[in-house]
Design a protein around this ligand. Structure first.
Ligand SMILES: [Fe+2]
Length: 302
C-alpha cells in the first residue's frame, strides 16, 4: 500500500473543445495548454493541470492521485492490477502508474509533474466579523468575473458495490475514513468520505467518495475557490453565462464546505467550494444516517 498525497486531476472527453474551453474559463480555471485534441486547465496553485478534456464522445474518463514521492510511484507499480510506470504525455511531464478500479474507472497515480509558477489569487478583503472588525477604513469591493479556482479538492464516484470499491481504494492508496453513511442498519454502509493519510499534517476532510447507490458513474468533482464571496460571484457568473445549475448554495454538514454545483455543457457536475474542514490522522471516523449526509447547515442541497 502507498499513501497518496492528494487528488491530482480529473479527465473528461467532449466533442466540442471550444465549448468546453468557454465553460472552463467561466468556471474559473485557466487553460494551460490546448491543441486540436486536448485541453489542460489549471488553477492558481502550481499544479500544471487539474482538468483534462480529450476530444471524443462526452463522458468521464478517469481520475488521478498524486504520489508522495518517486519511491511511492515505484511501489504503486508493484500493487495488484498496476501497469508498468510510464511517462505522461502532457504539459509538465512526469510519470504515472495506471489502474482500473472494480467498476472499470481509470485511476492513475502520478508523480514528478513539473510545477508552474503560482498565479495571483484575487480575494475579498478581510471580513468585518461581528466580534472582530478586521477591515478598517477600507471599502469591501470583491473581485468580479469568474472566481479563481485554486485546486482540485475531491471527486465522487457512484459504484456498483460500495464495500468492494472502498476496500480497493483504501487498500492501495492508504485513505483514512472521515465519515461513513449507513442506510437503516449501521452495518449497511453505502458511502464513506475518504481523506489522504498525511500523518500529523492536515488535509481535506474528503478527497474521494465512492457512493454505492444508483448506476455506476461519475458523480462530481469539486474545485476550491478563495472564499465565500468567490462562491457567490461564481454562481452569478455561471448563471449569467447560461449554464445549468445543479445544487446549492449551502454549507455541507460532512466536510463543512460552502458549496455550489454546476453542470458543464454535457452534464458533468463540477462544484465550487470553500472553507472545508481539515483533518489529520488523529480524527476518528464518524457514523451518520443519510439525513446528515444530505443535510446542510444552511442553504439547500438539491
Ligand atoms: Fe463535493
Amino acid at each position: 500500500m502507498i499513501k497518496v498525497r492528494d487528488i491530482a486531476y480529473v479527465r473528461f472527453a467532449a466533442p466540442d473543445l471550444d465549448a468546453m474551453e468557454r465553460f472552463l474559463v467561466d468556471f474559473g480555471l485557466h487553460v494551460s495548454s490546448r491543441d486540436g485534441e486536448r485541453i489542460h486547465a489549471r488553477g492558481t496553485d502550481p499544479a500544471p493541470y487539474l482538468h483534462v478534456t480529450e476530444r471524443g464522445e462526452a463522458g468521464f474518463r478517469g481520475l488521478a492521485f498524486e504520489a508522495a514521492c518517486e519511491d511511492d510511484l515505484e511501489a504503486a507499480a508493484r500493487l495488484e492490477g498496476a501497469s508498468a510506470i510510464e511517462k505522461i504525455d502532457a504539459p509538465g511531464g512526469g510519470r504515472r502508474v495506471c489502474f482500473r478500479d472494480p467498476d472499470g474507472f481509470s485511476v492513475e497515480v502520478v508523480c514528478g509533474r513539473a510545477e508552474l509558477p503560482a498565479l495571483p489569487v484575487p480575494g475579498a478583503d478581510p471580513y468585518n466579523r461581528g466580534s472582530d472588525r478586521a477591515r478598517l477604513g477600507r471599502l469591501q469591493r470583491v473581485p468580479s468575473g469568474p472566481p479563481a479556482v485554486k485546486r482540485l479538492g475531491h471527486a465522487v464516484l457512484r459504484v456498483s458495490d460500495f464495500r468492494r470499491s472502498d476496500d480497493w481504494y483504501r487498500s492501495r492508496f492508504g485513505f483514512l475514513t472521515s465519515d461513513e453513511v449507513y442506510l437503516g442498519d449501521e452495518s449497511n454502509v453505502v458511502t464513506a468520505f475518504l481523506r489522504c493519510d498525511r500523518g500529523a499534517e492536515y488535509t481535506d476532510h474528503h478527497t474521494l467518495l465512492c457512493v454505492g447507490l444508483g448506476e455506476p458513474g461519475f458523480d462530481h468533482a469539486a474545485f476550491e475557490v478563495e472564499d465565500i464571496d468567490a462562491v457567490m460571484v461564481g454562481h452569478d457568473e455561471l448563471a449569467k453565462a447560461g449554464y445549468a445549475h445543479h445544487a446549492g448554495i449551502g454549507r455541507h454538514v460532512l466536510g463543512s464546505q460552502v458549496f455550489d454545483y454546476w453542470k458543464d455543457p454535457w452534464g458533468h457536475v463540477l462544484e465550487h467550494f470553500t472553507d472545508g474542514d481539515l483533518l489529520n490522522d488523529r480524527h476518528e471516523t464518524g457514523h451518520h444516517d443519510p439525513r446528515t449526509a444530505l443535510g446542510t447547515q444552511w442553504g439547500t442541497f438539491g
